[in-house]
Structure formats: structure tokens, C-alpha cells
Design a binder for this molecule. Structure first.
Ligand SMILES: O=P(O)(O)OC[C@H]1O[C@](O)(COP(=O)(O)O)[C@@H](O)[C@@H]1O
Ligand SMILES: [Mg+2]
Ligand SMILES: [Mg+2]
Length: 341
């Protein structure tokens, strides 16, 4: 088998060509989504380049500000946010933007407006920036109801109404994973071409995995079902082997591994954070959308994550996502607990 980089270039399915192919299946399409996506791709390439040279270009460390979440912003958080806001507004195809780094939603001025709303986490895994561990960008796309009268209700919608979602991981390679609602595809940036090439067509998560991924440092404050589940992963009562633990601390990287290898990623509620840590609009929804499209499941501890109806743009939720059978197990434990109550 030929493993050379050249071998992957043979059919040259770039992300642009892929989206144009998809577009051609919808004769009524005017190409707006393709243009929007090309601007998101540009933002990802720009951030990838900044991440790669962060140590050299003095882009590591704190920016000196705190965001709406009360978290200290890193220089790369601020830069990535500026890059994506500019890329999205200049596409002329966006109407409302919600970013982790901006307290309020951004309503694009009428002359630059289009019909899409984009929710995004410009740089996910900030605590890993300064040690060079994988980080990423997460995004989800909705359509606006009325372009002339956009309102927060256009983004405060259940995740199942998203049109598309994706993430880009800045790791040992730069990988963009995308779903437009008909499966999941992964594209790897070829730095010599400056193009994302289809390297992971039609990603399907294994039905069951042998990895669990969670910040176990919070175990003291977990609820019953989470505690029982993690205990089962480590000390299975049947003849199965214990699961392996992998936790990077960047959602993009932990979810990417889960998607490819199978298993479960969880950021549960705990006594200190009854709503969990991860943000519904730009972390939980896009990743849940991708998981379901890849054949997995995503659950909040109460309901299917994509059914959650958010009321605030920076709302948080507990999350359990991954292989179908693994998520089924945690759902059963919550159902048991609820039956007792
Ligand atoms: O350090 P903790 O509490 O385990 O949290 C890790 C989680 O926090 C996050 O870093 C939050 O994302 P941001 O860096 O975008 O704020 C997730 O990527 C990750 O899953
Ligand atoms: Mg994040
Ligand atoms: Mg972030």
C-alpha cells in the first residue's frame, strides 16, 4: 500500500470541491453556503498558522482581559476571535454571530448581511495553548428566519435545527471535520497546497468503544449515575476488560479521538457546577450534531442533547457523548436514578 502524501492527493477532493458537489445536489442553491464555508476555512487556516508559530511570534500567554465566562483570555483566544468575526462578517453571508469570547451576540450590519447565523468557540482548549497540546475551533450554523429582522431567537434554537456543524483541530496535523446533515467527513490541511483534502470520508463512530474521557479530578462532586458509570468503566462487573482513560482537556481533541476510536467523552454536572462546564450553543450542540451524524449519541443527563432548548447564549449543560452503546449505558443509569426519585 502506498502511504505517501502524494497517494492521498490522487483524487484531490478539496473541501471546496466537496461542498460544491454537495451544492450541485440542490439546484435551487445560490452558493451562499459554499461562500460562508470558504470563509470559515480561511479562518481555520489563519488560526492554524498562528498556533503553529505562537511560541516564535510571542502569541503565548494571557491577553490581560477576562471574558464573559470569567475566564482569563489568552492572546490566541483574542486573536482567533478577531479572525473569525472578520472572516464571517466579510463573507457577506452572516446575520448573527455568537462567540464564546463576546458577551453579546453580534448583529451584522444590514449592508453586509446574509442568511446564516454562526455560533462558535474560536479557540477551544485554551488551557493547552502554552504547552503546545492540541486545540481547536468549533462552529455551528443556523439559518435566520427573517434576514431583515434578525432576533436572538434565531440562535436560541435546539441543536437539531442546525444546518451544519464542524470543528477544526490544530494538532499534529490540522484536521477539519464537517457535517452538513448527511454524514461526517474529515479533511486534512496539506500545508504545501494550502488546501484541506478529504482524508476521512464518511466517518462512523464505532458502536462501542473501550476508552472513557473525563476530568476525574472532579469526581468528589459528581452525582450518583456519573460516579457509578466511571466505576463500571474501571471495575466492570462482567468479564469485559476495564476501559482505558484518555483525557486531553481540549474538547475538540477529546471528541475527535472519541469519534475515530470510539468510547465516551463526558463533562458531567457536579456539586460545584450544577450545569456542567461546556457551553450549549458552541460546544455541546455542534459536537452533538457531529456525533449523531457519525452514528453515535449525545445526552445531557436528562434528554437528547440536540433537543435542549436554550434560553441564554452562553448557557452551559452537562454532556455525555460518543459511541451509541456507551451512551446507552449512562442513559440507563440516569433512568434508574430517576425511577427511584
Ligand atoms: O480543564 P477542565 O475543567 O477539565 O475542562 C476542559 C474543558 O474545558 C474546555 O477547555 C473549555 O473550552 P475553552 O478553552 O474554549 O474555554 C474544553 O475544551 C475542555 O473539554
Ligand atoms: Mg471550548
Ligand atoms: Mg474557547
Amino acid at each position: 500500500m502506498d502511504h505517501s502524501v502524494e497517494a492521498h492527493r490522487t483524487d484531490l477532493m478539496t473541501i471546496t470541491r466537496y461542498v460544491l458537489n454537495e451544492q450541485s445536489k440542490h439546484p435551487e442553491s445560490r452558493g451562499d453556503f459554499t461562500i460562508l464555508l470558504s470563509h470559515i476555512v480561511l479562518g481555520c487556516k489563519f488560526v492554524c498558522s498562528a498556533v503553529n508559530k505562537a511560541g516564535l511570534a510571542k502569541l503565548l500567554g494571557l491577553a490581560g482581559e477576562t471574558n464573559i465566562q470569567g475566564e482569563e483570555q489568552k492572546k490566541l483566544d483574542v486573536l482567533s476571535n478577531e479572525v473569525f468575526v472578520k472572516a464571517l462578517v466579510s463573507s457577506g453571508r452572516t446575520c448573527i454571530l455568537v462567540s464564546e469570547e463576546d458577551e453579546e451576540a453580534i448583529f451584522v450590519e444590514p449592508s453586509k448581511r446574509g442568511r446564516y447565523c454562526v455560533v462558535f468557540d474560536p479557540l477551544d482548549g485554551s488551557s493547552n495553548i502554552d504547552c503546545g497540546v492540541s486545540i481547536g475551533t468549533i462552529f455551528g450554523i443556523y439559518t435566520v428566519k427573517d434576514q431583515d429582522e434578525p432576533s436572538l431567537n434565531d440562535v436560541l434554537q435546539p441543536g437539531k435545527n442546525m444546518l451544519a456543524a464542524g470543528y477544526c483541530m490544530y494538532g499534529s496535523s490540522c484536521t477539519l471535520v464537517l457535517s452538513t446533515g448527511s454524514g461526517v467527513n474529515g479533511f486534512t490541511l496539506d500545508p504545501s497546497l494550502g488546501e484541506f483534502i478529504l482524508t476521512h470520508p464518511d466517518i462512523k463512530i464505532p458502536k462501542k468503544g473501550n476508552i472513557y474521557s473525563v476530568n476525574e479530578g472532579n469526581a468528589k462532586n459528581w452525582d450518583g449515575p456519573t460516579t457509578k458509570y466511571v466505576e463500571k468503566c474501571k471495575f466492570p462487573k462482567d468479564s469485559s476488560s476495564p476501559k482505558s482513560l484518555r483525557y486531553i482537556g481540549s474538547m475538540v481533541a477529546d471528541v475527535h479521538r472519541t469519534m475515530l476510536y470510539g468510547g465516551i467523552f463526558l463533562y458531567p454536572a457536579d456539586k460545584k457546577s450544577p450545569n456542567g462546564k461546556l457551553r450549549v450553543l458552541y460546544e455541546v450542540f455542534p459536537m452533538s450534531f457531529l456525533m449523531e451524524q457519525a452514528g453515535g449519541q449525545s445526552f445531557t443527563g436528562k434528554e437528547r442533547a440536540l433537543d435542549l432548548d436554550p434560553t441564554k447564549i452562553h448557557q452551559r449543560s452537562p454532556i455525555f457523548l460518543g459511541s451509541y452503546d456507551d451512551v446507552e449505558e449512562i442513559k440507563a443509569l440516569y433512568a434508574e436514578e430517576n425511577a427511584k426519585a
